[in-house]
Design a protein around this ligand. Structure first.
Ligand SMILES: [Zn+2]
Ligand SMILES: [Zn+2]
Length: 400
């Protein structure tokens, strides 16, 4: 009979013991911020610590030089459960998204869980996912990994992200791109306007038409359409023969998102027809929305609550309006997973800011990282100790 409470005590104790190592990782990343796909220092640091703690580390997975999969096996083969690490920074604001703490927490959770699974069947993975912010060839690495099938034989994934409040199970918006290139005919804007075909007019019409779509948007699907005109002519006395619109379309409902991207594209087609110009439209999925898994969310939430974290009730979090998008959304579409937010800065602190980066180094930020690390580690062990949770999570995943 497995004593889960004892295993969780082992995890918590190990996280406390390893705190200097974890703080050192966070501090090193904070002081050496690297953009996505270029996180070589962070990659070296993190993989070295995992190897020193007995993890097998596969480096440069799927030809992404700063991606890795580190694994640690229990007493025999069984389900694989994973925590994800992010370690890319932002231009100008360093670790303004707090990924220094995500990396430290993933390493700490993996190591602590590894100390508690000698009697359990299964495997703990720490997966290094570079370039979450989308920079460089490994941009959105979780999407690449998801598409290559990395998560298909992993039965549970636990994520964490720094924030200004505590929550488990918050939604995220899927995002797709829609780019429109209008092509017309130049002509003298005063002497021979009748010989021109104005690409900018078509772009303007398309831009306005997308605004009108919003009136009919499903109110529960959190639709966001944001766009800019990136090209609109070269001189005011020439009728523009080329104009370019670039849109991002977001929704918390993945199917609805696809439907709305088609409607945005239709605005471009209609505007081109009206103005007698050609249009080339490129659509593409960027990040998926999060597929919430209540059995996983409940389990992770309970561990945060048991640790005394001031975490919002999960049933409230899952219904909160989603604010942003993440490549973790694509992971959640592939396998049962749960994400959490840890509060490292006062409410109102902007994301992607120097203030948030600095908050990751305060005692409040580091304390929060430790709590999140314990909660993730405890959840990894709980999933292996109680396979019925993974079974329920899989059933929930398949039926939603
Ligand atoms: Zn970010
Ligand atoms: Zn982030």
């Amino acid at each position: 009979m497995v004593d889960l409470d004892l295993l969780k005590i082992i995890v918590k104790k190990n996280v406390d013991e390893k705190r200097p190592v974890l703080e050192d990782i966070a501090k090193y990343l904070y002081e050496n911020p690297e953009l996505g796909s270029e996180e070589f220092k962070a990659f070296e640091k993190i993989t070295k610590v995992l190897e020193e703690h007995g993890f097998d580390v596969e480096k440069g997975v799927y030809s992404m030089p700063t991606a890795f999969v580190a694994s640690f096996k229990g007493k025999k083969d069984g389900p694989k459960v994973a925590v994800l690490a992010e370690y890319d920074a932002l231009p100008g604001v360093g670790h303004g998204c707090g990924h220094d703490l995500i990396a430290a927490s993933a390493v700490g959770a993996g190591i602590a869980a590894s100390k508690a699974i000698s009697g359990l069947e299964g495997e703990i993975l720490v997966i290094g996912t570079p370039a979450e912010e989308g920079h460089g060839p490994s941009g959105g690495s979780k999407v690449i990994m998801a598409n290559k099938g990395l998560f298909d034989d992993i039965e549970g994934v636990i994520m964490l992200h720094p924030s200004t409040s505590w929550g488990v199970g918050n939604q995220a918006l899927g995002i797709s791109k829609c780019n429109m290139v209008f092509k017309g005919q130049t002509s003298h804007a005063a002497a021979s306007p009748h010989l021109g075909r104005n690409a900018l007019n078509a772009a303007t019409l398309a831009y306005m038409a997308t605004h009108m779509l919003r009136q009919e948007a499903r109110r529960d699907a959190n639709l966001v359409i944001h766009g800019i005109i990136t090209e609109g002519g070269t001189a005011n006395n020439i009728i523009p023969d080329r104009a370019v619109l670039d849109f991002g379309v977001r929704s918390s409902d993945q199917d609805y998102l696809e439907e709305m991207v088609d409607k945005v594209a239709r605005c471009g087609e209609g505007a081109a027809l009206a103005m007698g110009v050609e249009v080339e439209i490129t659509k593409g999925r960027f990040y998926s929305s999060k597929k919430l898994n209540y059995p996983m969310i409940r389990t992770l939430w309970q561990n945060y609550a048991d640790l005394g974290a001031p975490v919002t009730d999960w049933e409230e979090s899952v219904n909160r309006m989603p604010m942003a998008s993440t490549d973790y959304g694509d992971v959640s579409q592939r396998t049962p997973s749960a994400g959490s937010y840890i509060g490292i800065a006062p409410p109102g602190t902007p994301g992607h800011s120097i203030q948030l980066a600095e908050a990751s180094m305060t005692s409040e930020g580091l304390d929060a990282m430790i709590v999140g690390t314990k909660a993730r580690g405890m959840t990894l062990v709980e999933l292996l100790a109680k396979p019925e949770i993974l079974k329920e999570a899989k059933e929930y995943f398949d039926s939603n």
